[in-house]
Design a protein. Structure first.
Length: 177
């Protein structure tokens, strides 16, 4: 009798855990790996198509870390304000941007591409080896809203590292802590 009750509690516990997990997965609360196609809304409808496409602003003008460090980094507001102190100041989106800037706040951009914690990735050696942003991010200059274009799975990384001309390491500790 007692065993049956324990058994039932365990089963319901597992089912509960599983349904919470599935809920989290389907509601984008879990955002690691295999998120090909993930395209979150952003707090301000900043458009790469407009800025990097039509206006042809260089990626590195905003993502200043990309050839020097691990992180490409998302630009601080003073970079936006180089133009938007005077450009399109009648737009409510630009007013929101200016308000945040004037009160020393930042905009909470939602992350798009996200590797699990046990993986290390570093932008700089890829850019130095001549790999274009499009290989991993697709044609961002054509996107209104950024989306994850590749699976960013281990296979995606390792397949390229294995290609002879790349001379890229494939031992586990290259990419794992
Ligand atoms: C070899 C693949 C690869 C290339 C090439 C690449 N990226 Fe990335 N990028 C990634 C991965 C993977 C992430 C997610 C990193 C993480 O979660 O730690 C990322 C994240 C980012 C981010 C989010 C912020 C950050 O620094 O993590 C930005 C912005 C970005 N990349 C911009 C660029 C730009 C601009 C270029 C070209 C100049 C570029 N990337 C080239 C794979 C790449
Ligand atoms: C080199 C100048 C420049 C920089 C830097 C710049 N923008 Fe822009 N932005 C523009 C121009 C030009 C337009 C188009 C204005 C128009 O439609 O007349 C624009 C339009 C916009 C719009 C659309 C406004 C609307 O309501 O139509 C948003 C939102 C925006 N920018 C956000 C940003 C953000 C956020 C940053 C920083 C990450 C940024 N911009 C950096 C020049 C710039
Ligand atoms: C005027 C500034 C600006 C320019 C130029 C710009 N970006 Fe961005 N980028 C941003 C901002 C702001 C975000 C965060 C909001 C968003 O995701 O749209 C971002 C986000 C990204 C992300 C997603 C980061 C993540 O969380 O995974 C990638 C990838 C990226 N940019 C690549 C590029 C590439 C490639 C270029 C050049 C073709 C470029 N960007 C040009 C401002 C810029
Ligand atoms: C398009 C090809 C390509 C893809 C895709 C790619 N890499 Fe690389 N990777 C390279 C090349 C080329 C190097 C540089 C080899 C050198 O010159 O040292 C490199 C180097 C590295 C390094 C070594 C950095 C260092 O400090 O020496 C790490 C870590 C790494 N890649 C992780 C990843 C991860 C994680 C992914 C997947 C998210 C990935 N790479 C996807 C081509 C690629
Ligand atoms: C070039 C980079 C790279 C190399 C080299 C690499 N991995 Fe990975 N690995 C990744 C990335 C990215 C992920 C996360 C995405 C995924 O789960 O496929 C990952 C995920 C994993 C996972 C978790 C899989 C899962 O289902 O959650 C294990 C385990 C793993 N790697 C083991 C290894 C072992 C063992 C080696 C050496 C033989 C190795 N990796 C070499 C990039 C790499």
């Amino acid at each position: 009798m007692a065993k049956k009750i324990v058994g039932a509690v365990v089963v319901f516990g597992l089912l509960g855990g599983l349904s919470v997990f599935i809920w989290a997965l389907t509601n984008n609360k879990i955002v690691i790996g295999y998120n090909k196609g993930y395209e979150p809304d952003q707090p301000i409808p900043y458009s790469h198509k407009q800025h990097a496409g039509q206006l042809q602003i260089n990626c590195k003008y905003c993502h200043t870390g990309v050839d020097k460090s691990r992180h490409a980094s998302v630009p601080p507001l003073n970079i936006c304000m180089n133009c938007h102190l005077v450009v399109k100041t009648d737009s409510p989106h630009i007013q929101k941007l200016t308000e945040a800037y004037n009160s020393g706040k930042s905009i909470a951009w939602n992350k798009v591409n996200l590797l699990p914690d046990h993986v290390k990735f570093n932008h700089a050696p890829h850019i130095k080896a001549g790999k274009d942003c499009t290989v991993c991010h697709g044609n961002v200059a054509e996107m209104e809203k950024v989306k994850q274009v590749q699976s960013l799975s281990m296979g995606f990384c390792v397949n390229c590292h294995r290609e002879k001309e790349n001379h890229a390491p494939i031992n586990c500790s290259t990419c794992h802590y």
